[in-house]
Design a protein around this ligand. Structure first.
Ligand code: OAD
Ligand code: ZN
Length: 335
């Protein structure tokens, strides 16, 4: 289960981090409340604030690249141990990383497609991009819509507050019942129904949270207790730190680090080639092997090592490595 925290190292802000999150910087949008940015009732009345952000975040495949954590999902897929990635992210980086579309559930939809809010007709990406680049709000040009004043707005297929989640989210809920290990990465678990999914796995299923902060902790309700319980004798583990660093540590314990780096480097090379014209002469320095092999900073390592929960996370990593099947796909097939 993934959230915005797995894409911050790609340069995309998360929502709720104090200071840097989108909701902390919405003053410029003049909203009645931060979440109005993604509220369908507000959008119908005033699409401008969302469009300002849309223009910034529109994934044209060049601006933002998958992170090491996205490549970790690829690694799990190649090892044959990935059941599904449920992501709240709309940035399409899971797809860009090369994951099989069947491995992904975009729980809050994605920026990949956009359509008219009234007649639901899909629009051409090139048509939309042109309007975004010109700072315009895209309005439907279908005959039945264009005669209205104003014509209905075009909206990406992302789930706004007040809208239903995509059918696929509900169709794949069944996956949680057969999960043997649940990894939760880079999310505040602040939005339902997604947040409640952590309680859909069997009671025997270990759950690991890779996040900067502890979230989703036990909340008592009428039916008993739900949420994480980070105690020595519980099945839940908190793995604190930047997710790309903690994932690297976790993958080291599995003995899979080289494969992860190969996936990451090959992907970066492919994206470099695809967008050769956009790549600045020095940009490749961002992805040197030195950097990839670098151990997490001393400070972070101390924090991680001093955390009591690590030994059991190690055990889980070791178990995961042992139970890995033969790769379902040939390594790097999709690259
Ligand atoms: P949030 O911004 O609510 O939470 C991101 C979490 O990731 C926070 O707990 C951060 O501390 C953590 N984080 C940030 N950077 C990190 C890093 N490099 N390493 C580890 N942890 C990091 O984002 P989401 O939980 O994804 O919905 O937000 C859920 C939903 O709320 C979104 O899908 C969106 C939003 O409103 C809709 O738009 C419908
Ligand atoms: Zn229309």
């Amino acid at each position: 289960m993934a959230g915005a925290g797995i894409s911050t190292s790609a340069g995309i802000p998360d929502f709720r981090s104090p200071g840097t999150g989108l909701y902390a910087s919405v003053a410029k949008y003049e909203l009645p409340y931060p979440e109005a940015l993604f509220d369908i009732r507000f959008f119908r009345k005033n699409p401008r604030p969302f469009y300002t952000l849309y223009e910034e975040l529109y994934p044209d495949g060049r601006k933002y690249r998958p992170t090491l954590t996205h490549c970790f999902f690829r690694l799990l897929e190649e090892k044959g141990v990935l059941l599904r990635v449920f992501t709240q992210n709309i940035d399409t980086l899971e797809t860009l990383s090369g994951l099989d579309s069947d491995s992904i559930v975009e729980a809050h939809g994605s920026f990949a497609k956009a359509r008219c809010v009234e007649c639901k007709k899909l629009v051409e990406p090139a048509w939309l991009e042109k309007r975004l680049k010109n700072g315009q709000v895209a309005r439907c040009e279908q005959q039945e819509c264009s005669s209205k004043n104003p014509a209905p707005t075009v909206k990406p297929d992302i789930t706004f507050f007040g809208e239903n989640l995509p059918d696929r989210f509900f169709e794949r809920l069944i996956d949680f019942r057969s999960a043997e290990l649940l990894l939760v990465l880079g999310t505040s678990l602040a939005v339902n129904p997604f947040a409640s999914l952590i309680d859909k796995v069997p009671l025997t299923c270990p759950r690991i949270l890779f996040n900067l902060e502890r979230v989703g902790e036990a909340r008592d309700n009428y039916f008993g207790s739900e949420g994480f319980v980070f105690e020595d004798d519980s099945r839940d583990i908190f793995y604190p730190g930047h997710v790309d660093d903690t994932i690297r540590t976790f993958v080291q314990k599995c003995g899979w680090e080289r494969q992860l780096d190969t996936i990451y480097n090959t992907l970066q090379d492919r994206l470099d080639k695809e967008h050769a014209a956009d790549v600045q002469p020095d940009a490749k320095e961002d992805i040197t092997n030195d950097q990839l092999d670098a151990v997490p900073s001393e400070k972070k390592q101390t924090e991680t090592n001093s955390d009591k929960v690590l030994p059991s996370a190690d055990n889980l990593a070791a178990q995961l490595a042992k139970t890995s099947l033969e790769p379902m796909h040939g390594p790097l097939k999709k690259l």
